[in-house]
Design a protein around this ligand. Structure first.
Ligand code: HEC
Ligand code: HEC
Ligand code: HEC
Ligand code: HEC
Ligand code: HEC
Length: 268
């Protein structure tokens, strides 16, 4: 007879192994026909898979066919135009390819000096974000290497500076709110306010209007300052509460000491 505890652990081990096997199958099933076939191709036909796997799109289940069309379920006919395959998008078609999902960005972009020069010396989404290894957007995307491909850096620098100030404020407020949350003191309103301000801030860029970035940054700063004042108030109240607590403890200790001294003098 095998002792019961050992049988138990064997069962657990078996369950674990089966579970692992299942999740391996699940992970493989996620590689559709496009990914499977291209992963096995050399050079410029295989590289997109390697890059795409590192992207925010891969992490969110946005596959090859979302930008290139085609049928990811049919290995034999995946790239058949009859199945919606569009091939490599032309430069002028890139914004609408991306804008199918990034609707607000597309609108801002098309209305901007950049969008108006589409196909005529202006950038596309890919000029700044790349195509397959797209990562979470940040102000690092505004840099001399990218922006001076077509014009001097000065206007880009002004935009980046204005935006960095706001970014710094948002990050600082966020960590203060997180700190308050740990102690159960943050209000939903504050988090929502910061969330809204952050969203508005992140839609600033694609207009590429230096003056607008500056004026909007100033407006957003006001909203952020209001949230900051709320946090100050909560932290101030907390500080007072702690002080009062400390005073109370001090008084109690003093009382206890007096009591002992009095007690001692009676004993004497
Ligand atoms: C069975 C293998 C296989 C499958 C499945 C497959 N591809 Fe391809 N793909 C290729 C090969 C080989 C090429 C290069 C030669 C060519 O263009 O036909 C290619 C080329 C491409 C190109 C470049 C075309 C060009 O004009 O340069 C794109 C984009 C592409 N595939 C996307 C996809 C998408 C999206 C899917 C899934 C819907 C897919 N592929 C499925 C093998 C495959
Ligand atoms: C988010 C949209 C997007 C996704 C997802 C995407 N691609 Fe692309 N792909 C593009 C764009 C845009 C271009 C054209 C890039 C350019 O002009 O710089 C391109 C170009 C290509 C090319 C041509 C490369 C060359 O050098 O000629 C191939 C091949 C390709 N993609 C395959 C794939 C495969 C395979 C996948 C999935 C693993 C994939 N793409 C996923 C947007 C995407
Ligand atoms: C000239 C460079 C440039 C071009 C062109 C550009 N972007 Fe951006 N994009 C940026 C920068 C810089 C940020 C980051 C702004 C920030 O951190 O607030 C950004 C942020 C984003 C974001 C995240 C913020 C948000 O509003 O959701 C998305 C999505 C995005 N871009 C998509 C696109 C698409 C789609 C296109 C084409 C229609 C495009 N971008 C064209 C530079 C560019
Ligand atoms: C099928 C829909 C779809 C298409 C097409 C698409 N994206 Fe996305 N994109 C997403 C999703 C989903 C995310 C991840 C969630 C999010 O951040 O919005 C994302 C995230 C991003 C981000 C990071 C956003 C951030 O919050 O920092 C950028 C930048 C971006 N995409 C650019 C592009 C560009 C450029 C193209 C075209 C080459 C493109 N996308 C095509 C759906 C799409
Ligand atoms: C592929 C070329 C190209 C790239 C890359 C590019 N731009 Fe531009 N940009 C243009 C063109 C064309 C114009 C319109 C003519 C002009 O004002 O110089 C323009 C105009 C601008 C303007 C003036 C907008 C206005 O309304 O007056 C700003 C600001 C700007 N770009 C910022 C940037 C930033 C920031 C980057 C880098 C993240 C960048 N650009 C990258 C081509 C480009």
């Amino acid at each position: 007879m095998i002792p019961a505890p050992i049988v138990g652990s064997i069962k657990t081990l078996l369950l674990l192994t089966v579970g692992l096997a299942f999740s391996a199958v699940a992970a493989m099933a996620q590689d559709n026909a496009c990914v499977q076939c291209h992963a096995a191709l050399p050079g410029k036909y295989g590289e997109p898979v390697i890059l795409w796997r590192t992207s925010i799109h891969s992490a969110n289940g946005v596959y090859c066919h979302e930008c290139h069309g085609g049928d990811p379920k049919d290995m034999a006919n995946a790239m058949n135009p009859g199945r919606g395959f569009k091939g490599v998008p032309k430069q002028t078609a890139i914004p609408e390819t991306c804008g199918r999902c990034h609707v607000g960005v597309l609108k801002d972009f098309l209305g901007s000096a950049h969008g108006k020069r589409l196909g005529n010396g202006g950038p596309t989404c890919v000029s700044c974000h790349g195509n397959h290894a797209i990562k979470k957007a940040s102000l690092e995307l505004i840099n001399e290497k990218t922006c001076t491909k077509c014009h001097p850096y000065e206007r880009a620098r002004l935009m980046k500076e204005a935006m960095q100030v706001t970014e710094g404020l948002i990050t600082a407020l966020d960590s203060r709110i997180q700190e308050l949350k740990i102690h159960g003191k943050a209000s939903e309103g504050m988090e929502q306010g910061l969330f809204n301000a952050r969203n508005r801030f992140h839609t600033l860029f694609h207009n590429v209007m230096v003056e607008k970035v500056k004026s909007e940054s100033a407006a957003i700063k006001k909203e952020l300052d209001a949230i900051g004042a709320q946090i100050d108030a909560i932290e101030g109240a907390e500080q007072k509460r702690k002080m009062a607590g400390a005073v109370a403890i001090g008084v109690a200790l003093l009382a206890a000491l007096l009591f002992r001294l009095l007690g001692k003098s009676y004993e004497d």
